[in-house]
Design a protein around this ligand. Structure first.
Ligand SMILES: Nc1ncnc2c1ncn2[C@@H]1O[C@H](COP(=O)(O)OP(=O)(O)O)[C@@H](O)[C@H]1O
Ligand SMILES: [Mg+2]
Length: 256
Protein backbone atom coordinates (compact mmCIF):
# COMPACT_ATOMS: atom_id res chain seq x y z
CA UNK A 1 0.00 0.00 0.00
CA UNK A 2 1.20 3.49 -0.82
CA UNK A 3 1.03 6.32 1.70
CA UNK A 4 -1.85 8.08 0.06
CA UNK A 5 -4.10 5.04 0.37
CA UNK A 6 -3.58 4.72 4.08
CA UNK A 7 -5.92 7.50 5.19
CA UNK A 8 -9.61 6.81 5.55
CA UNK A 9 -11.91 9.62 4.47
CA UNK A 10 -15.21 7.96 5.32
CA UNK A 11 -16.16 5.17 7.63
CA UNK A 12 -19.68 3.79 8.09
CA UNK A 13 -20.78 1.31 10.75
CA UNK A 14 -24.02 -0.63 11.10
CA UNK A 15 -25.84 1.55 8.56
CA UNK A 16 -29.51 0.65 8.46
CA UNK A 17 -32.19 2.38 6.44
CA UNK A 18 -35.95 1.94 6.37
CA UNK A 19 -38.40 3.09 3.71
CA UNK A 20 -41.44 3.26 5.95
CA UNK A 21 -41.50 -0.13 7.72
CA UNK A 22 -39.30 -1.85 5.16
CA UNK A 23 -35.62 -2.22 6.07
CA UNK A 24 -33.60 -1.71 2.88
CA UNK A 25 -30.07 -1.71 4.38
CA UNK A 26 -29.22 -4.25 7.06
CA UNK A 27 -26.09 -2.89 8.73
CA UNK A 28 -23.41 -1.76 6.30
CA UNK A 29 -19.81 -1.39 7.53
CA UNK A 30 -17.52 0.20 4.95
CA UNK A 31 -14.34 2.28 4.98
CA UNK A 32 -13.23 4.44 2.07
CA UNK A 33 -9.66 5.64 1.44
CA UNK A 34 -9.06 9.31 0.66
CA UNK A 35 -7.94 8.60 -2.90
CA UNK A 36 -9.12 6.23 -5.60
CA UNK A 37 -12.33 4.64 -6.78
CA UNK A 38 -14.56 2.22 -4.91
CA UNK A 39 -17.23 0.53 -7.03
CA UNK A 40 -20.53 -0.60 -5.51
CA UNK A 41 -21.87 -3.54 -7.50
CA UNK A 42 -24.80 -5.89 -7.07
CA UNK A 43 -28.12 -6.77 -8.68
CA UNK A 44 -30.91 -4.24 -9.15
CA UNK A 45 -32.61 -3.54 -5.83
CA UNK A 46 -29.63 -4.61 -3.70
CA UNK A 47 -29.38 -1.21 -1.97
CA UNK A 48 -26.48 0.46 -3.81
CA UNK A 49 -28.28 3.72 -4.55
CA UNK A 50 -29.91 3.73 -1.12
CA UNK A 51 -26.51 3.47 0.56
CA UNK A 52 -24.86 6.06 -1.73
CA UNK A 53 -27.62 8.61 -1.13
CA UNK A 54 -27.34 8.10 2.62
CA UNK A 55 -23.73 9.32 2.45
CA UNK A 56 -24.67 12.91 1.71
CA UNK A 57 -28.08 12.85 3.38
CA UNK A 58 -30.11 12.88 0.19
CA UNK A 59 -32.81 10.90 2.03
CA UNK A 60 -33.41 13.96 4.23
CA UNK A 61 -35.43 15.26 1.29
CA UNK A 62 -37.81 12.24 1.32
CA UNK A 63 -40.65 11.45 3.72
CA UNK A 64 -40.74 8.27 5.79
CA UNK A 65 -37.06 7.35 5.57
CA UNK A 66 -35.20 6.39 8.76
CA UNK A 67 -31.40 6.12 8.81
CA UNK A 68 -29.34 4.75 11.72
CA UNK A 69 -25.71 3.84 12.22
CA UNK A 70 -22.51 5.84 12.30
CA UNK A 71 -21.09 7.87 9.44
CA UNK A 72 -17.68 9.33 10.17
CA UNK A 73 -16.48 11.69 7.45
CA UNK A 74 -13.05 13.23 8.05
CA UNK A 75 -13.67 13.04 11.79
CA UNK A 76 -17.16 14.54 11.72
CA UNK A 77 -20.54 12.85 12.09
CA UNK A 78 -22.53 13.25 8.84
CA UNK A 79 -25.84 12.88 10.71
CA UNK A 80 -25.01 15.19 13.62
CA UNK A 81 -27.85 17.70 14.14
CA UNK A 82 -25.29 20.47 13.73
CA UNK A 83 -24.17 19.29 10.28
CA UNK A 84 -25.18 21.79 7.58
CA UNK A 85 -26.36 19.65 4.67
CA UNK A 86 -25.61 22.37 2.12
CA UNK A 87 -21.98 22.43 3.27
CA UNK A 88 -21.94 18.64 3.48
CA UNK A 89 -23.05 18.32 -0.15
CA UNK A 90 -20.24 20.64 -1.23
CA UNK A 91 -17.74 18.33 0.44
CA UNK A 92 -19.51 15.18 -0.74
CA UNK A 93 -20.69 15.93 -4.27
CA UNK A 94 -23.15 13.77 -6.22
CA UNK A 95 -23.30 12.95 -9.93
CA UNK A 96 -26.52 11.32 -11.11
CA UNK A 97 -27.43 8.80 -13.77
CA UNK A 98 -29.04 11.39 -16.04
CA UNK A 99 -26.84 14.37 -16.90
CA UNK A 100 -28.65 17.28 -15.26
CA UNK A 101 -27.49 20.56 -16.76
CA UNK A 102 -29.48 23.63 -15.77
CA UNK A 103 -30.98 25.64 -18.66
CA UNK A 104 -28.16 28.18 -18.49
CA UNK A 105 -24.83 28.65 -20.19
CA UNK A 106 -22.02 26.17 -19.67
CA UNK A 107 -20.20 28.83 -17.66
CA UNK A 108 -23.14 29.44 -15.33
CA UNK A 109 -23.67 25.71 -14.87
CA UNK A 110 -20.13 25.23 -13.61
CA UNK A 111 -20.20 28.16 -11.18
CA UNK A 112 -23.76 27.59 -9.98
CA UNK A 113 -22.66 26.64 -6.46
CA UNK A 114 -20.07 29.41 -6.26
CA UNK A 115 -22.74 31.98 -7.17
CA UNK A 116 -24.95 30.59 -4.39
CA UNK A 117 -21.98 31.08 -2.08
CA UNK A 118 -21.90 34.73 -3.13
CA UNK A 119 -18.64 34.59 -5.10
CA UNK A 120 -18.64 37.58 -7.48
CA UNK A 121 -14.98 38.06 -8.42
CA UNK A 122 -14.82 37.38 -12.14
CA UNK A 123 -11.20 36.22 -12.01
CA UNK A 124 -12.07 33.60 -9.37
CA UNK A 125 -15.11 32.43 -11.32
CA UNK A 126 -13.18 32.26 -14.61
CA UNK A 127 -10.44 30.27 -12.93
CA UNK A 128 -12.94 27.85 -11.38
CA UNK A 129 -14.64 27.30 -14.75
CA UNK A 130 -11.38 26.55 -16.54
CA UNK A 131 -9.97 24.36 -13.77
CA UNK A 132 -13.16 22.34 -13.33
CA UNK A 133 -13.83 21.83 -17.02
CA UNK A 134 -10.21 20.76 -17.51
CA UNK A 135 -10.46 18.32 -14.61
CA UNK A 136 -13.64 16.93 -16.14
CA UNK A 137 -11.83 16.53 -19.49
CA UNK A 138 -14.34 18.63 -21.40
CA UNK A 139 -12.55 22.00 -21.58
CA UNK A 140 -11.14 21.56 -25.07
CA UNK A 141 -14.58 20.72 -26.43
CA UNK A 142 -16.43 23.65 -24.87
CA UNK A 143 -13.90 26.43 -24.27
CA UNK A 144 -15.12 28.49 -27.24
CA UNK A 145 -18.79 28.05 -26.31
CA UNK A 146 -18.79 28.81 -22.59
CA UNK A 147 -21.65 31.26 -22.91
CA UNK A 148 -23.84 28.97 -24.99
CA UNK A 149 -26.55 26.85 -23.38
CA UNK A 150 -25.40 23.63 -21.76
CA UNK A 151 -28.55 22.03 -23.14
CA UNK A 152 -26.99 22.12 -26.63
CA UNK A 153 -24.23 19.71 -25.63
CA UNK A 154 -24.24 15.96 -26.24
CA UNK A 155 -25.25 13.71 -23.35
CA UNK A 156 -21.65 12.76 -22.66
CA UNK A 157 -20.54 16.40 -22.66
CA UNK A 158 -23.45 17.32 -20.39
CA UNK A 159 -22.39 14.61 -17.97
CA UNK A 160 -18.81 15.91 -17.92
CA UNK A 161 -20.15 19.44 -17.32
CA UNK A 162 -22.22 17.99 -14.45
CA UNK A 163 -18.98 16.52 -13.06
CA UNK A 164 -17.27 19.92 -13.51
CA UNK A 165 -20.10 21.58 -11.58
CA UNK A 166 -19.43 19.25 -8.65
CA UNK A 167 -15.64 19.71 -8.91
CA UNK A 168 -16.01 23.51 -8.88
CA UNK A 169 -16.99 23.21 -5.21
CA UNK A 170 -13.65 21.49 -4.42
CA UNK A 171 -15.26 18.40 -2.86
CA UNK A 172 -13.35 15.79 -0.86
CA UNK A 173 -15.49 12.91 -2.05
CA UNK A 174 -17.50 12.31 -5.23
CA UNK A 175 -20.51 10.01 -5.34
CA UNK A 176 -21.53 8.79 -8.78
CA UNK A 177 -24.70 6.76 -9.31
CA UNK A 178 -24.45 4.89 -12.61
CA UNK A 179 -23.04 7.99 -14.34
CA UNK A 180 -22.66 6.30 -17.73
CA UNK A 181 -25.80 4.19 -17.93
CA UNK A 182 -27.71 6.84 -19.93
CA UNK A 183 -24.80 7.33 -22.37
CA UNK A 184 -23.60 5.71 -25.58
CA UNK A 185 -20.46 3.53 -25.39
CA UNK A 186 -18.04 6.22 -26.63
CA UNK A 187 -19.35 8.82 -24.19
CA UNK A 188 -19.19 6.19 -21.44
CA UNK A 189 -15.53 5.56 -22.20
CA UNK A 190 -14.86 9.31 -22.06
CA UNK A 191 -16.41 9.46 -18.60
CA UNK A 192 -14.41 6.43 -17.48
CA UNK A 193 -11.19 8.09 -18.67
CA UNK A 194 -12.16 11.27 -16.84
CA UNK A 195 -12.71 9.31 -13.63
CA UNK A 196 -9.41 7.49 -14.04
CA UNK A 197 -7.62 10.85 -14.16
CA UNK A 198 -9.54 12.16 -11.16
CA UNK A 199 -8.72 9.11 -9.07
CA UNK A 200 -5.21 10.49 -8.50
CA UNK A 201 -6.66 13.42 -6.57
CA UNK A 202 -10.11 12.47 -5.35
CA UNK A 203 -11.94 9.80 -3.43
CA UNK A 204 -14.85 8.49 -5.48
CA UNK A 205 -17.62 5.97 -4.92
CA UNK A 206 -19.34 4.78 -8.08
CA UNK A 207 -22.45 2.66 -8.32
CA UNK A 208 -22.36 0.62 -11.49
CA UNK A 209 -24.35 -2.29 -12.81
CA UNK A 210 -21.51 -2.97 -15.24
CA UNK A 211 -19.00 -5.45 -13.87
CA UNK A 212 -16.66 -4.68 -16.75
CA UNK A 213 -16.77 -1.00 -15.84
CA UNK A 214 -16.03 -1.80 -12.20
CA UNK A 215 -13.07 -3.92 -13.22
CA UNK A 216 -11.76 -1.28 -15.64
CA UNK A 217 -11.82 1.72 -13.33
CA UNK A 218 -12.11 0.81 -9.66
CA UNK A 219 -9.44 0.12 -7.06
CA UNK A 220 -11.83 -1.54 -4.66
CA UNK A 221 -15.19 -3.19 -5.15
CA UNK A 222 -18.01 -3.74 -2.67
CA UNK A 223 -20.65 -6.33 -3.51
CA UNK A 224 -24.19 -5.66 -2.26
CA UNK A 225 -26.99 -8.21 -2.19
CA UNK A 226 -30.50 -7.71 -0.78
CA UNK A 227 -29.46 -4.80 1.43
CA UNK A 228 -26.36 -6.52 2.82
CA UNK A 229 -22.70 -5.92 2.07
CA UNK A 230 -21.46 -9.38 1.16
CA UNK A 231 -17.81 -8.62 0.49
CA UNK A 232 -15.40 -5.74 -0.12
CA UNK A 233 -11.84 -6.06 -1.34
CA UNK A 234 -9.41 -4.94 -3.99
CA UNK A 235 -11.24 -5.14 -7.30
CA UNK A 236 -9.02 -7.86 -8.71
CA UNK A 237 -9.70 -10.05 -5.68
CA UNK A 238 -13.46 -9.59 -5.99
CA UNK A 239 -13.40 -10.62 -9.64
CA UNK A 240 -10.68 -13.27 -9.61
CA UNK A 241 -10.70 -14.70 -6.15
CA UNK A 242 -13.80 -13.77 -4.13
CA UNK A 243 -14.12 -15.20 -0.65
CA UNK A 244 -17.91 -15.59 -0.58
CA UNK A 245 -20.01 -17.97 -2.66
CA UNK A 246 -22.60 -15.25 -3.39
CA UNK A 247 -19.89 -12.99 -4.82
CA UNK A 248 -18.54 -15.85 -6.93
CA UNK A 249 -22.03 -16.56 -8.27
CA UNK A 250 -22.64 -12.90 -9.11
CA UNK A 251 -19.31 -12.11 -10.79
CA UNK A 252 -19.49 -15.29 -12.83
CA UNK A 253 -22.89 -14.17 -14.14
CA UNK A 254 -25.01 -16.80 -12.43
CA UNK A 255 -27.59 -14.20 -11.36
CA UNK A 256 -28.34 -10.48 -11.47
N1 LIG B 1 -38.09 5.65 -2.38
C1 LIG B 1 -38.25 4.35 -2.07
N2 LIG B 1 -39.33 3.92 -1.38
C2 LIG B 1 -39.49 2.61 -1.05
N3 LIG B 1 -38.62 1.65 -1.36
C3 LIG B 1 -37.52 2.01 -2.06
C4 LIG B 1 -37.29 3.37 -2.46
N4 LIG B 1 -36.12 3.41 -3.15
C5 LIG B 1 -35.65 2.15 -3.18
N5 LIG B 1 -36.49 1.31 -2.53
C6 LIG B 1 -36.30 -0.14 -2.33
O1 LIG B 1 -35.08 -0.33 -1.62
C7 LIG B 1 -34.36 -1.45 -2.16
C8 LIG B 1 -32.99 -1.00 -2.65
O2 LIG B 1 -33.17 -0.15 -3.77
P1 LIG B 1 -31.96 0.63 -4.45
O3 LIG B 1 -31.10 1.20 -3.41
O4 LIG B 1 -32.55 1.56 -5.45
O5 LIG B 1 -31.18 -0.55 -5.20
P2 LIG B 1 -30.05 -0.53 -6.32
O6 LIG B 1 -29.54 0.86 -6.45
O7 LIG B 1 -29.03 -1.51 -5.85
O8 LIG B 1 -30.71 -1.01 -7.58
C9 LIG B 1 -35.24 -2.05 -3.25
O9 LIG B 1 -36.02 -3.08 -2.67
C10 LIG B 1 -36.12 -0.88 -3.65
O10 LIG B 1 -37.36 -1.34 -4.14
MG1 LIG C 1 -29.54 2.15 -8.14
Amino acid sequence: MTDKQEKTILSTRDVRLWYGQKEALHGIDLDFPNKGITALIGPSGSGKTTYLRALNRMHDLEDGVTVTGSFNFNGTDIYAPTTDTVDLRKQIGMVFQQPNPFPFSIYENVIFGLRLDGVKDKAILDEAVERSLKQASVWDEVKDDLHKSALGLSGGQQQRVSIARVLAMSPDLLLLDEPTSALDPISSRNIEETLLKLREDYAMIIVTHSMSQASRISDRTAFFLSGDLIEVDQTKHIFLNPQKQETQDYVSGRFG
